[in-house]
Design a binder for this molecule. Structure first.
Ligand SMILES: Nc1ncnc2c1ncn2[C@@H]1O[C@H](COP(=O)(O)OP(=O)(O)OP(=O)(O)O)[C@@H](O)[C@H]1O
Ligand SMILES: O=c1[nH]c(=O)c2[nH+]cn([C@@H]3O[C@H](COP(=O)(O)O)[C@@H](O)[C@H]3O)c2[nH]1
Ligand SMILES: NC(=O)CC[C@H](N)C(=O)O
Ligand SMILES: [Mg+2]
Length: 518
C-alpha cells in the first residue's frame, strides 16, 4: 500500500545490523519512514518517494574498497536534510571530498564517550553533564572532513565523531544513535526530524483511515478471504478489513488440531459472535494430523503444514470466488525479504509462511499491515477497539503445537501438551508476569522418565517450560523466573496433568537456541 499524504523520511540501507532500529526510533517520534537498500534507490526513486529528509545507515563494507556501496551522488544536490550514521558518515565524507582511512588502530567497538566541541542544533539536550555516552562499531574512520563541514564532537578513536555542514543541513556521526547503548540517541533523531520540518503526523488514528481507504480502492467489489489465526497480526488485519469492506470479507480460521486449549472457541466467539464477521471455522484436524502421522523430522513437519495451509485456503476461497487473499504481513517480514545482502542465507527453519500462497491460488495479496512493526500493530488493534486480552497476546506460530512436540506427533501427546501449557500460562497470569514476557509455552519432550508418585512408580513424559524476552523475536533471552515460581509451576503441572512426571526450564538464549524447539 502506498500513501504519500504523510511526511516521509527515507532510510538508505547500507546493510547495518541495526538499520531497523533507526526506523523504530523514528516511528516512535510519529515520523513515517521506509528503509530501502542502497542499490535500489536512484535519483528517480528518491524524487518519486519525495522524502522530507534522508538517513544513510551504517554498513559492513569499507568505502576505501573499490566497488563498495555509494549513495546516489544527486542526493547531495537535492536540498534535503541528510544524516549519515557510521558507514553513512563515511560515504558522505568520501563522496563530498573528504577522506576515510582503514585501520591504524582507530577501531572502536562498544561504548565510547564523545566530548563536545561546539553547540549544534541536532545536539540540543546533549552534553548536559559533560561527555555523552554513545555506541560505536567501526574499523574505518574519517580522517579529513569534506568542505563545508565542521566538527562538533570527538571521541578518543573518532576525532570526527560528530560533524555537520549546517548551511546544507548535512549531519554525519560515527556512532549509532539508534541503539539502546546510546542513551540519548533518540534526542538526536528528534532534533533532526524537527529541523527537517516533520510534524509527527504518523499516528495510528491517521493510519487507520488511510489504510481503510487504500483497502477499498484496491479491492473494489471483489471478495476477499483472510487467514485468521486469532494471533495479533491476523486479528488486527481482519478487523481493519472488516471495517473497510464489511461483507466482502470472509475469514478462514484453520483448526489443524495443533491449537492450544480453548483457542478455537475463543477465536470463533470473538470474531463470529462479537464482530459479526463471516467466519469459516475450518475443522481440518483429520487432514493435518493424518498427514503428520509418523513424521518426526522438523523440516518435513513444517513443509507438510505449510502445504496443507495452502490447500485449505484454496479449498475455501474457490466457492466464494475470492480474488484477494489478506494476510497480516508486517514490516520486518518485508525488510527481511528484501534484505541488503541478498545472498543465500542458511535456512534455520521454514516458517510455515504464506509466501507460496499467491502463485498457487491466483489471488492478489492484501497486506494492510506491511508498513507496521509489531508494537504499532498492537497500537492499531487498540485503536480499532480490540480488547487488550487479544492485542497483548503472545505470538503463536502457524504450525502451532506441532513444533512444540519434538519428534512424532500423537493425539495423546498433544492432549498432555495442551493441558500443561494451560497450567503454565495460568501460573504466569496469576503471578502478573504475562506482559513482561514476549512468549511462553510448554514443549513436550520425546522422552519418558521414571518417577514416584503416591508410593507408586510412574513412567511418563518430561516437559520443558520456555519463556523469553525479546523485542522482535530475532534475538531472545530466557525469562528470569524466581525459583519459587518454577517450583510451584512444576508441582502444579505434575499434579494436574496426567502423563507428565518431570518438568525442566529451558534457559537457552537465541542465539544459540531458537525460541521454538523445532
Ligand atoms: N490457524 C490458522 N488459521 C488461519 N490462518 C492462519 C492460522 N495460523 C496462521 N495463519 C495465517 O498465517 C499468518 C502468519 O501467522 P503468524 O503467527 O505470523 O501471525 P498471527 O498468528 O496473525 O499473529 P501472531 O504473530 O501474534 O501469532 C497469519 O497472519 C494468518 O494469516
Ligand atoms: O507464523 C509463524 N510460522 C512459523 O512457522 C513459525 N516458526 C516460528 N515462529 C515464531 O517466530 C518467532 C521466532 O521463532 P524461532 O526463534 O523459533 O525461529 C517465535 O515467535 C515463533 O513462535 C513462527 N511463526
Ligand atoms: N557500523 C558501520 O557502519 C561500520 C562502517 C565500516 N564498515 C567500518 O568498519 O568503519
Ligand atoms: Mg500466529
Amino acid at each position: 500500500m502506498t500513501d504519500i499524504s504523510h511526511d516521509r523520511l527515507l532510510i538508505i540501507d547500507f546493510g547495518s545490523q541495526v538499520t531497523q532500529l533507526i526506523a523504530r526510533r523514528l516511528r516512535e517520534l510519529n515520523v513515517y519512514c521506509e528503509i530501502h537498500p542502497y542499490n535500489s534507490v536512484d535519483e528517480a526513486f528518491i524524487s518519486g518517494f519525495a522524502p522530507r529528509a534522508v538517513i544513510l545507515s551504517g554498513g559492513p563494507d569499507s568505502v576505501t574498497r573499490d566497488g563498495s556501496p555509494r549513495a546516489p551522488q544527486k542526493l547531495f544536490e537535492m536540498g534535503i536534510p541528510l544524516l549519515g550514521i557510521c558507514y553513512g558518515q563515511q560515504v558522505m565524507m568520501h563522496q563530498l571530498g573528504g577522506t576515510v582511512d582503514s585501520g591504524h588502530g582507530t577501531a572502536e567497538f562498544g561504548r565510547a564517550f564523545v566530548t563536545p566541541q561546539n553547540s549544534l542544533n541536532i545536539l540540543e539536550g546533549w552534553f548536559n553533564d559533560g561527555d555523552e555516552q554513545v555506541w560505536m562499531s567501526h574499523g574505518d574512520h574519517v580522517s579529513k572532513i569534506a568542505d563545508g563541514f565542521e566538527v562538533y564532537g570527538t571521541s578518543p578513536n573518532a576525532p570526527y565523531a560528530i560533524t555537520a555542514d549546517v548551511a546544507r543541513n548535512f549531519y554525519a556521526v560515527q556512532f549509532h544513535p539508534e541503539v539502546h547503548h546510546t542513551p540519548n540517541g533518540s534526542k538526536l533523531y528528534e532534533n533532526f526530524v524537527k529541523l527537517a520540518g516533520f510534524t509527527g503526523d504518523w499516528t495510528m488514528g491517521a493510519y487507520r483511515e488511510q489504510a481503510i481507504a487504500a483497502i477499498r480502492e484496491q479491492v473494489g467489489d471483489e471478495q476477499v478471504i483472510c487467514g485468521l489465526s486469532g494471533g495479533v497480526d491476523s486479528s488486527v488485519a481482519a478487523v481493519l478489513l472488516h471495517e473497510a469492506i464489511g461483507d466482502q470479507l470472509t475469514c478462514v480460521f484453520v483448526d489443524h488440531g495443533l491449537l492450544r486449549m480453548g483457542e478455537a472457541e475463543e477465536v470463533v466467539t470473538m470474531f463470529r459472535d462479537h464482530y459479526n464477521m463471516k467466519l469459516i471455522h475450518a475443522n481440518e484436524q483429520e487432514l493435518f494430523l493424518g498427514e503428520l502421522d509418523g513424521q518426526s523430522d522438523p523440516e518435513t513437519k513444517r513443509k507438510i503444514i505449510g502445504k496443507l495451509f495452502i490447500d485449505v485456503f484454496d479449498k475455501y476461497a474457490r466457492p466464494i470466488g475470492a480474488k484477494f487473499l489478506a494476510q497480516g504481513t508486517l514490516y520486518p517480514d518485508v525488510i527481511e525479504s528484501v534484505s541488503f545482502s541478498g545472498g543465500p542465507s542458511v535456512t534455520i527453519k521454514s516458517h510455515h509462511n504464506v509466501g507460496g500462497l499467491p502463485e498457487k491460488m491466483d489471488m492478489a495479496l492484501v497486506e494492510p499491515l506491511r508498513e507496521l512493526f509489531k508494537d504499532e500493530v498492537r497500537d492499531l488493534g487498540r485503536e480499532l477497539g480490540l480488547p487488550d486480552s487479544f492485542v497483548g497476546r503472545h505470538p503463536f506460530p502457524g504450525p502451532g503445537l506441532a513444533i512444540r512436540c519434538p519428534g512424532e506427533i500423537t493425539r495423546p501427546k498433544l492432549e498432555i501438551l495442551r493441558k500443561a501449557d494451560a497450567v503454565y500460562i495460568d501460573q504466569i497470569r496469576k503471578h502478573g508476569l504475562y506482559d513482561d514476557i514476549w512468549q511462553a509455552f510448554v514443549a513436550i519432550l520425546p522422552v519418558r522418565t521414571v518417577g514416584v508418585m503416591g508410593d507408586g512408580r510412574t513412567y511418563d513424559y518430561a516437559c520443558a517450560l520456555r519463556a523469553v524476552t525479546s523485542v522482535d523475536g530475532m534475538t531472545a533471552d530466557y525469562f528470569p523466573f524466581s525459583h519459587e515460581f518454577l517450583g510451584e509451576t512444576a508441582t502444579r503441572i505434575i499434579n494436574e496433568v496426567e502423563g507428565i512426571n518431570r518438568v525442566t526450564y529451558d534457559i537457552t538464549s537465541k542465539p544459540p537456541g531458537t525460541i521454538e524447539w523445532e
